[in-house]
Every structure is written in C-alpha cells, then in structure tokens.
Write a protein that binds this ligand. Structure first.
Ligand SMILES: NC(=O)c1ccc[n+]([C@@H]2O[C@H](COP(=O)([O-])OP(=O)(O)OC[C@H]3O[C@@H](n4cnc5c(N)ncnc54)[C@H](O)[C@@H]3O)[C@@H](O)[C@H]2O)c1
Length: 342
C-alpha cells in the first residue's frame, strides 16, 4: 500500500485524511505542521464545522502521533518540508498542502531519496515538473521525468474538463469566466491588512481582500488563467477570468461564456457532455435539478454542470454555470492523482 505524508494539516490536509478513512486506499503515516498542538490537530480532524463530526472513526493522540482507528500518523513540527524525515517514515508520496512557496521550491530535494513524488495542492509559478489533471492532460504525465506534480487549483480542476471538451468538439475562439469562491482561512473576519500565506512575512498587495470576509462579495484577481495554461497551454490567449470571494464557507461556482469557433446547437453540446462523463467517470456530473450552492457540499466531482443554465446564443456563444466543492471535490482530485503517479 502506498504510504503518504501530508505537509500542512489544514483544510485540504484534513479533507484528504477523511477521504482516506472512507476509501482506505493508502496509509497516511506522517503529518507535518507548524502548529505544534497535536491535540488541537486531532480535535480539528474529529470535529469539522463544514463536514460534520467523524462518527464512525476513533481519533486519539498517542505520544507524537494522531491515532485513527488504531493507525498512527506521526506529527512533525518542521517549518521546512525538506527537514521532515519522510523517508525514515517509509513515505512514498508527500502531499504539500501548506501553500508555502518555500516548501514547493524544496520539494525536489524531498524527491531525491526514497520518496518518489511530491504533489503540490496549488499551481505555483515555479518548481513544478507537471500539472496533472485526469480527463484533461493525464496522458502526458511521464513517471520517469515528473516528480514534483501539481494538482492545480480547485477552479482550474472545475473549468479545464469542461473547457477541453468544448475546445475539442467545437473549438473555442475566446471566453470570459467569473469564479465565485468561498472565504479561505487566511482572510480577515473584520477589516485589516492581509498576510500572505504563500510568502510568510509579506502582506497581500490587493487591499480589498483584507476587508471583512463575512459581509460582502469581494472582487479579486484570480490565478485561474495561469493555472489553466499549465494544463491547456492554448487556453492562455483565449481566456480571461475574474473572481469574487463570497461570504459563504464552502462550494464554489464558475459562471462563464465561451465563444465557439464552429456554429452548433445545444443538443450537440449536451451530447458531447454526456459522452465526456462516460469516458472520464467522476470528473464532470450533469445536473438538471434546481439547486443552490450548499446542496453541492460534499460533492466528489471536479465540477457539476448546471444544465438549467446551459444556453447557446446564436449557435456560438455558450453560457455555462459550474458548481464544485472547493475542498471536498478538489481533495478527491488529489486523492485520485495519488493512484496514477507511481
Ligand atoms: N481550501 C481550499 O478551498 C483549497 C482548494 C484547492 C487548493 N487549496 C490550496 O491548498 C493549500 C492549503 O490550503 P488550505 O485551505 O488547506 O489552508 P489551511 O490554512 O487550512 O491549511 C494550511 C496548513 O498548513 C500549515 N502550515 C503553514 N505553514 C507551514 C509550513 N511552513 N510547514 C508546514 N505546515 C505549514 C498551517 O498551520 C495549516 O494547518 C493552499 O495552497 C491552497 O491554495 C485550497
């Protein structure tokens, strides 16, 4: 069984742990986090405001380890990923989920020894061999050359499958998308300056994101197009994206339009979507129901296509709405990648 180490035991690190409790495909043997209180980590794994209490799993602390159902996950407290003795713990794959740039830059050192791969749970500018997305570019992954692998960001995981299928079937001339993303843990409850997570010690240069996260929609720039280019380079000159942080805790949405190169009709688009869901099960789900964001809490897909809003204007301008659980859906993508890398 593949042995996993998780660097950064926050929202994504804990979601991955919970997913593994459900599917039991891997053994998580080591955790690393700069927050030193192991009892607090165990508590946060057991009780989760978004996903509820772990009811059927027994979580304890035993010495330096969190014990879940008898299995031990040893907690380290290193600031730098390269200082964690992953290899001594028998780890095959490290998941870098701290979001700190320095850890990404050190990831190659981690893979120099017995640790085979590092998966980075965002889309950094540097330090990555390959951005892996099942159903989009997974055929280009080369086990021998790609060791530090990015699982990209949640928004790109949602958009890229939809985009690539539309591009392949009808061609995309250009597109505009808006992401609606719930607040993240580093935002402020009340107005203030905002500390960068990726570069500790630096303040966020977009002042608006430091404003109170609870009362307003906060417009912000997004790295979605950069992340899209890493998996679909040709999307770069065609797409433009903007974003809002929403005063909600979970479930994102993308509202967008793509101008198609080839005139078509809506039924063809729907057929192409159905075909895609059969070729790549689990990536996209098509939904006709009249639902709201919270109804997608705990959804495992990369994105759900809201078929009620799929609209084709004059045969060329395709309007679409996607929903995705930015933590659970995304962490399921990371979980899926683990099985494809070695
Ligand atoms: N939350 C989401 O919706 C989401 C979705 C996709 C990708 N991501 C990405 O995943 C990464 C983690 O996001 P998150 O939401 O889990 O954040 P989080 O703040 O909940 O968790 C980060 C964890 O890393 C720890 N940490 C900070 N510095 C560290 C260091 N130097 N070494 C070890 N641990 C350290 C923190 O103490 C915290 O427990 C980020 O890069 C984020 O962009 C998040």
């Amino acid at each position: 069984m593949i042995k996993i180490g998780i660097n950064g035991f926050g929202r994504i690190g804990r979601a991955l742990t919970r997913i593994n409790l459900r599917h039991k495909k891997y053994e998580i043997v080591a955790l690393n986090d700069i927050d030193e209180d192991i009892h607090n980590h165990a508590y946060l794994l057991k009780y989760d405001t978004t996903y509820g209490k772990l009811r059927d799993d027994k979580v304890d602390v035993e010495g330096d380890a969190i014990k879940v159902n008898g299995y031990l996950m040893k907690l380290f407290r290193e600031r730098e990923i390269k200082n964690v003795p992953w290899a001594d713990m028998g780890v095959d794959i490290v998941i870098e989920a701290s979001g700190v740039s320095q850890n990404v830059l050190q990831a190659r050192e981690v893979t120099n020894g017995p640790v085979k791969k590092v998966i980075v749970t965002h889309a950094p500018k540097q330090g990555i061999d390959f951005s892996y997305m099942y159903g989009v570019n997974s055929e280009d992954y080369d086990k021998k050359r790609h060791h530090v692998v990015s699982s990209s960001i949640c928004d790109a995981n949602a958009l890229a499958p939809f985009y690539t299928l539309i591009e392949k079937k009808f061609g995309v001339e250009m597109g505009e998308v808006t992401t609606l993303h719930p607040w993240l843990s580093y935002q402020n409850l009340l107005d203030g300056t905002l500390k960068s997570v990726s570069s500790p010690g630096h303040l966020w240069r977009d002042y608006a994101l430091g404003r109170s996260s609870v009362g307003s929609l906060i417009p912000k720039e997004t790295t979605l197009c950069d992340a899209m280019m890493k998996v679909l380079p040709e999307s770069g000159e065609k797409l433009h994206a903007s974003s809002f942080r929403t005063p909600t805790s979970i479930v994102s949405s993308i509202d967008g339009v793509l101008l198609l190169e080839q005139k078509t009709d809506l039924e063809d688009v729907k057929r192409a979507l159905v075909e895609y869901t059969k070729t790549y099960p689990g990536v996209l789900k098509l939904d006709e129901r009249s639902l709201i964001s919270i109804d997608y809490l705990g959804n495992e897909n990369a994105a759900v296509v809201d078929m009620r809003w799929l609209h084709l204007n004059k045969g060329r301008m395709l309007k679409f709405v996607l929903w995705y659980d930015n933590e659970w859906g995304y962490s399921n993508r990371v979980y899926e990648i683990i099985g494809h890398l070695t």
